[in-house]
Design a protein around this ligand. Structure first.
Ligand code: G3P
Ligand code: CA
Length: 244
């Protein structure tokens, strides 16, 4: 069945597998990333935080409770302790072998094969997160199709300053970031992508972003009818749990 998936046509929105193909496999695990690649997604979206010993751990929540058999804050565990947790059974017992990976491991396995949209999570909790990310990306050399994103605009600015060659995306939720024309100008001055909550997007906003020479990816889409709606609006990327 998977061999039936073909690469996205050039003029179609990019298909971004949210936390991997997280509609079909445990989020932010190698299983969900592999599935995203098999489903011919253009990008994998993943979340990073720092472990107690300063490693880049790939996990969405501030605590390990929801997605592993452990409990407590990610930053209270060293990477080797995080690794020992079961990060698959919460989704299905058949995935009990899945673990929390480092960003380095994801880059080793997928860098250059598929795009990576890397999100810094709660960066105010992890001083040095962006620096560590810059070092990790440098260690892997020039990687095609890496985009860095965050809801935290201090973090997106820091990433842009540290890695001016790597495109940055700002994540927008209108209630948290009411966007005046001036605010949009400021974000568009350095961000390549303005990534919007899909429910708040309309033609006017897409046009305003495109007029500034920037792209827009819509998150997080889980229904086919919403994908069709986003395509009609002319977004540049669809961030979805269901890349198939
Ligand atoms: O890429 C957009 C999306 O990942 C933002 O929300 O909470 O799933 O990280 P969240
Ligand atoms: Ca995310």
């Amino acid at each position: 069945i998977l061999s039936a998936y073909v690469p996205n046509p050039a003029n179609a929105p990019l298909i971004v597998a949210h936390r991997g193909a997280s509609g079909y496999a445990p989020e932010n695990t190698m299983a969900s990333f592999e599935l995203a690649e098999l489903m011919a997604a253009d990008y994998i979206e993943l979340d990073v935080r720092l472990s107690k010993d300063g490693e880049l751990a790939v996990i969405h929540d501030v605590k390990v409770d929801r997605t592993t058999n452990g409990s407590g804050f990610v930053h209270d565990y060293a990477m080797n302790e995080l690794r020992r947790m079961d990060a698959g059974s919460f989704y299905d017992p058949g995935y009990s072998g899945e673990t929390i990976s480092t960003l380095g491991e994801v880059l080793d396995r997928f860098g250059g094969r598929i795009g990576l949209l890397i999100e810094t999570k709660d960066p105010h909790l992890y001083p040095g997160l962006e620096q560590k990310l810059a070092e990790e990306l440098k260690r892997h050399g020039r990687l095609d199709k890496v985009v860095l994103q965050s809801f935290d605009f201090d973090s997106t600015k820091r990433m842009h300053e540290l890695m001016p060659d790597v495109p940055v995306a700002v994540l927008i939720h209108k209630d948290k970031h009411p966007l005046s024309d001036e605010a949009l100008d400021e974000l568009a001055s350095y961000a390549s992508y303005i990534n919007y909550n899909f429910e708040q997007l309309d033609r006017k906003l897409v046009a305003e972003i495109h007029e500034r020479g920037r792209k827009v990816m819509a998150w997080t889409i889980r229904r086919e009818k919403d994908m069709k709606w986003m395509k009609k609006l002319g977004v540049d990327g669809i961030i979805t749990d269901f890349p198939a």
